[in-house]
Design a protein around this ligand. Sequence first.
Ligand SMILES: Nc1nc2c(ncn2[C@@H]2O[C@H](COP(=O)(O)OP(=O)(O)OP(=O)(O)O)[C@@H](O)[C@H]2O)c(=O)[nH]1
Ligand SMILES: [Mg+2]
Length: 584
Amino acid sequence: MLVVATAGHVDHGKSTLVRALTGMEPDRWAEEHRRGMTIDLGFAWTALPSGRTVAFVDVPGHERFVSNMLAGVGPVPAAVMVVAADAGWMPQSAEHLAALDALGVGYGLLVVTRADLADPAEALAEARAELAATPLRDVEAVTVSAVTGAGLPQLRAALDRLADRMPAPAPDGAVRFWIDRCFTVRGSGTVVTGTLGAGRLRVGDELELAGSDEPVRIRGLHRLGVGCGEAVPVARVAVNLRGVARERIGRGDALLTPGRFRVTDVVDVRLTGVPVAELPLTLTLHIGSAAVPVRVRPLGADTARLRLGRALPLLVGDRAVLRDPGRRYVAGGVTVLDVVPPPLTRRGAAAARAAVLATLDGRPDAAGELRRRGLARVTDLVTAGVPVTVDPVAGDWLADPHHWQRLGDRLTRAVTEYARTNPLAPGAPVEHLRRQLDLPDRALVEALVRPPLRLAAGRVVAPGTASLPEPVARAVALVSEDFAAHPFRAPAADRLAAVGLGTREIGAAVRAGALLRLTGNVVLLPGAPQQAVRVLTGLPQPFTLSAARQALDTTRRVAVPLLELLDQRGLTRRLPDDARVVVD
Ligand SMILES: Nc1nc2c(ncn2[C@@H]2O[C@H](COP(=O)(O)OP(=O)(O)OP(=O)(O)O)[C@@H](O)[C@H]2O)c(=O)[nH]1
Ligand SMILES: [Mg+2]
């Protein structure tokens, strides 16, 4: 099925043309007939000479109803640009063309109507010139009169040729069905209509209503008014839904393949048509059949962050229209670059983000996404519209190869460091390493373990970690418990003797990195110097030996050699008056 939207200035003959081609009435409302103008979207269809069907989404041309027009053209892949021979190019001709340009619509026809009223040559030339700067520049042009019927056979043939040129739809893709109409049918319940652009719908299928957690089920399907069990794209479809009340659903909502989309209310975008700096800060974003208020935060010459008043199921590469509802004009086009952009909290983050956005073009790129994020879940990319072609590193986690390499190096260092400071432990706990490396999932730590590291009982073990003889290890474990409450109180001689730590045992423990010797048999745990520096940093600088001793809750016997060790390691500096400062 070929689905085309009409476009063009008020009274230029769009609805008359659709009526002449289809024999159906696109203006559905009494008020439309009374006022002689289209207010809301109209739908009509007919068979083309080839036998295939063309369905029209007929839009209003009046400037007051541009948002209805945008809901009509948003989900439709092709357009018929209508210009009256006796009027020529007019403001809403321009505004509708700007909207089609912003949406990237490149398929369609130019139709000069009312050719019985004036020579169409001038209007045709004018319209051609306007289309030249847009993706519609090469469309076929046809001149018609809906009153005399002249040109209608040529128009039908041109519609057939347009259908031949349209790109093949993706029946196996994900469904994002933008609803353009919603009503109740007695005995059936809620019915919604829209243009199915990709994916298939089947009676009995479960779908997601964007932004709601409740599933909805397809109770019945109609394709151009005829019941069917399945609809494939591209098609005009009416869907009878189970599980959703009429009041809860309407134009601008979307039915989705479950799990394939995520709604977002912040997106980073590239703008066309107007410099970012000249945009008002609040505008309306039109995408699919939806229209939501957005706040614009400029991030670069042609890039910005949009905050949406309502979350929508957007994908990287989506095209949309920005419009100023107050001044009633299409302000520009939008290409979505990122649907889960990072927060801009740190200083300089906005400038850094602008630099990243300058490199993006809205074409989904899994390698690039991973380069920027380091790690991502498969579903994060798929629901952003980025197809995944690489294998996960663990579970459903994907990693940038360089980032993964660096994480592997950091893991080795963290395991070695843990073994040094915890020589009595059989290895570094996976959870400890997960926190050290700031990873979101323990499975990632486990996947990073490569020989010579190995995984054993929830810990990562490094080779050649010095091990102590069992009795010494036990004795060190006992004094370690003493240190828990008072990390800077070295065990007294009688305590050392009681647990069996003589000079030789202490030597072994020091060599294995299980204890730190200050002098003789004055020992602390290996992490004590770093821990001391953290305490001393909290003192007014410089500080005296006595202040340090008190702060560390210890004796001169420990404080004097400990501070000397800190001096040696360059962690503190001794001043001429014997006071010290922490070196930062
Ligand atoms: N003589 C002549 N009149 C036409 C032709 N096409 C449309 N008209 C007349 O032009 C007027 C406007 O036509 P519509 O079809 O309502 O125009 P429209 O573009 O749908 O207008 P909106 O929906 O309000 O934007 C009507 O009075 C039509 O009868 C034509 O080919 N020849
Ligand atoms: Mg009309």
